[in-house]
Design a binder for this molecule. Structure first.
Ligand code: GDP
Length: 424
């Protein structure tokens, strides 16, 4: 049984918590896309953790955590995260890494930084983790799969070939110091030694796992609106954030993905630039940011304050649709308990027309939110375990949004802890 846990919007929906919770019944948790450029915050019995590359099953000793072939594998970052969780008392997580995953090289981070410098005020607001240069190289066929790190003469030759083009760019476009082939070879050898204990034939591994009926969780990073095809291109990320891509980035048959749990947050937040129709500003935004998430809405990787907004029915419905959602996990609902009234965005006004279907970026940038105001419930709902025990206005909020999403909300999260969960 393969399940995916993915995000509906810009990311930071609380996927980490939901995956950590669902990992209790899973055999395998797989990261299938992205890299260390975003983070999950997980609060459990061991403490509070910000994971960037480690799968969220890392706290469960019965889970095998896999870095799939679709991931941008930053080897020192992975080892650092592993050491950090172990240092905080977590039993050493069971980690495997696909031999087909590609390796994020130190120069990917440099190129990310240099390109943002070159773009200056037109920059994408990259986290400078090297993700865009990494995926450009992967699809330009000058990336390195993990197995290549173990070569000698072939590896040297490839490094020479790749650095030829990299150094041309460094010299003529960016005017930066050139890269040295011997040094990169040495780095590759260090990376090889670090990663060797974890490397497996992931195709065979997943094939056997599916055949044996193992429960496999595909863990998405970011959300639908950051997908390079269906998101707010070009303010997107560089690898697909959709459950469907799990078939490729993890290596499972597409028809085996039976459940797609899309995590939807009870209000909106976004990091980085790009259209955000229901965005709010000023004191209203500051208050929601301060009260949001677990101790405020700040990026888990960058610490940047997140942009805040009201719940966006248009974006979230679309986000669920492109994921192929079978059930929604509705999160961070407790945060809204301070509001007398809660606005939600139910349509976009573009050039005098009201849109209910999420448009392409050009129209999106012109869109103004059409808001509907719902009554608040003015109480703390943390600690409530049964749906019926939620205040009436809170249930009405959930049910209004469920209708808008057109998919059932089966899980409600009313606090950051693993136990703050209401199953419907
Ligand atoms: P992810 O990348 O989708 O996993 O999301 P993040 O970890 O970046 O952001 C979610 C934040 O909200 C984290 O700080 C979580 O601990 C917190 N969180 C998750 N679910 C809830 C919830 O139901 N209520 C509250 N108050 N915080 C939550």
């Amino acid at each position: 049984m393969v399940k995916a846990v993915v995000g509906a919007c810009w990311g930071d929906e609380g996927k980490g918590k939901i995956t950590d919770m669902l990992a209790a019944d899973a055999d395998i948790v797989v990261r299938f896309q992205g890299g260390a450029n975003a983070g999950h915050t997980i609060v459990n019995d061991y403490g509070k953790f910000a994971l960037h590359l480690l799968p969220s099953g890392s706290f469960n000793p019965n889970v095998t955590n896999m870095i799939g072939n679709g991931v941008a594998l930053d080897i020192p970052q992975l080892i650092k995260e592993l050491d950090e969780v172990v240092a905080k008392g977590v039993p050493r997580p069971n980690i495997v890494v696909s031999e087909r995953a590609q390796v994020l090289m130190p120069y990917h981070k440099l190129f990310d930084q240099y390109e943002e410098e070159r773009l200056s005020d037109r920059q994408f607001g990259s986290t400078k983790s090297g993700i865009a240069p990494f995926f450009s190289d992967k699809f330009s066929k000058i990336g390195f799969q993990v197995w290549e790190l173990f070569g000698e003469e072939e590896l040297k030759e490839k490094i020479n070939n790749v650095l030829e083009v990299k150094n041309l760019m460094l010299e003529h476009i960016y005017h930066k110091p050139l890269l040295d082939a011997d040094e990169l070879y040495k780095t590759c050898k260090e990376y090889a030694a670090m990663i060797e204990p974890y490397v497996i034939d992931s195709v065979q591994f997943m094939h056997n796992a599916v055949k044996e009926g193992k429960t496999i969780l595909l863990e998405g990073q970011l959300g639908s609106l950051k997908d390079p095809d269906f998101g707010i291109y070009p303010m997107t990320t560089s690898s697909s954030t959709l459950a469907g891509y799990g078939a490729i980035g993890a290596g499972v048959p597409p028809y085996e993905i039976k459940e797609i749990i899309t995590v939807v947050k009870a209000y909106s937040s976004a990091v980085g630039a790009g259209a955000f129709v229901s965005e709010i500003f000023g004191e209203e935004a500051d208050e929601l940011r301060r009260r949001g998430g677990d101790g405020g809405e700040y990026g888990a990787t960058t610490g940047r304050p997140r942009r805040m907004g009201w719940f966006d029915c248009v974006a979230s419905r679309y986000g669920c649709r492109v994921q192929g959602t079978t059930a929604v996990a509705f999160t961070v609902l407790d945060v809204l308990g301070y509001l007398d009234e809660i606005p939600v965005c139910i349509g976009y006004e573009v050039d005098g027309e009201i849109l209910c279907d999420f448009p392409t970026t050009g129209k999106l940038e012109k869109a103004k939110p059409v808001l509907k105001v719902l009554p608040g419930w003015k109480s703390d709902i943390r600690g409530i375990k049964k749906y019926e025990d939620l205040p009436e206005n809170c249930r009405n909020y959930i049910e209004f949004i469920e209708k808008e999403l057109e998919v059932p909300i089966k899980i409600v999260s009313n606090g950051p802890a693993r136990s703050d969960i209401i199953m419907r």
